[in-house]
Design a protein around this ligand. Structure first.
Ligand code: UTP
Length: 236
């Protein structure tokens, strides 16, 4: 009997916060190095990446709110900014990464059959790109979702106001969701660590979430590969 071909690697999903992508410091170098990392990882496993809107989205949302736009219209403004970041990152990665960001979860899953990495921004009003990443992760049966943000994990208290606060390296989904519910604000342009819709979607599917600092690229690559990394593991 012919040997069975090795099983294809399970996809991996990454949500990169806008607060990591566009800080005002060294952004072009970071975008380039991130693109090189994602191209490399995307050759090893099927990879989907969502990009947040960060402070650019928040500035436009503030302007729109002063103009009297509805929360749904403000979400749509935010989505446009996340897609701008997706387009920049996709263009820097180059082929086979699709240059036009997919606009739905289904479209992203379809693109992943032909190309890796696939980069996209938001999809519809009412959640953030973390939730988009979570929906895609479940949809494509990903092995994990990595959230690259501007802190290196979940802390027992805010490390900026309490430097003695300890990082929680492992947490249950119940513990993490309670924390998200207790601290998450609502409204366009607002978020805490990870979107509550995304947390609910991942918890229901028992899909692990890793939280890492997005600017430490060798550590981010380790988390994407499933090697030991510095950060927090939720549910796995
Ligand atoms: P982000 O995903 O950037 O959310 O979307 P965020 O909470 O500001 O995260 P960081 O700071 O980048 O990490 C920006 C805004 O765009 C709208 C929401 O208003 C969100 O707050 N949005 C985004 C949607 O309505 N739907 C989406 O699918 C994505």
């Amino acid at each position: 009997m012919a040997p069975r071909p090795p099983a294809p690697a399970a996809p991996v999903v990454l949500s990169v916060g806008g607060s990591v992508l566009f800080t005002g410091t060294d952004d072009a170098r970071y975008f380039g190095a991130l693109a090189d990392t994602l191209k490399r990882v995307g050759e090893r496993v099927p990879l989907v990446v969502t990009t947040g809107g960060g402070r650019t989205a928040r500035e436009y949302i503030r302007l729109g709110r002063d103009l009297g736009l509805t929360e749904v219209e403000l979400d749509e403004v935010g989505i446009d900014v996340t897609r701008l970041h997706a387009r920049l990152l996709a263009a820097r990665i180059g082929p086979p990464c699709p240059s036009r960001p997919p606009e739905t979860v289904a479209e992203a899953a379809r693109e992943l059959r032909q190309a890796s990495p696939v980069v996209l921004g938001g999809t519809e009003p009412g959640h953030t790109t973390d939730a988009v990443a979570a929906l895609i992760a479940v949809r494509v049966r990903a092995s994990r979702l990595v959230n690259a943000t501007d802190v290196d994990g979940v802390y027992e208290a805010d490390p900026r106001s309490n430097p003695k606060a300890r990082r929680l390296d492992a947490m249950s989904w119940d513990g993490f969701r309670a924390l998200v519910e207790a601290t998450a604000p609502t409204g366009a342009g607002q978020n805490f660590l990870f979107d509550r819709v995304g947390a609910a979607v991942l918890a229901r599917a028992k899909l692990p979430l890793y939280i890492v600092h997005g600017r430490d690229l060798s550590n981010l690559e380790a988390a994407l590969d499933g090697r030991p990394f510095r950060g927090s593991r939720i549910g796995g």
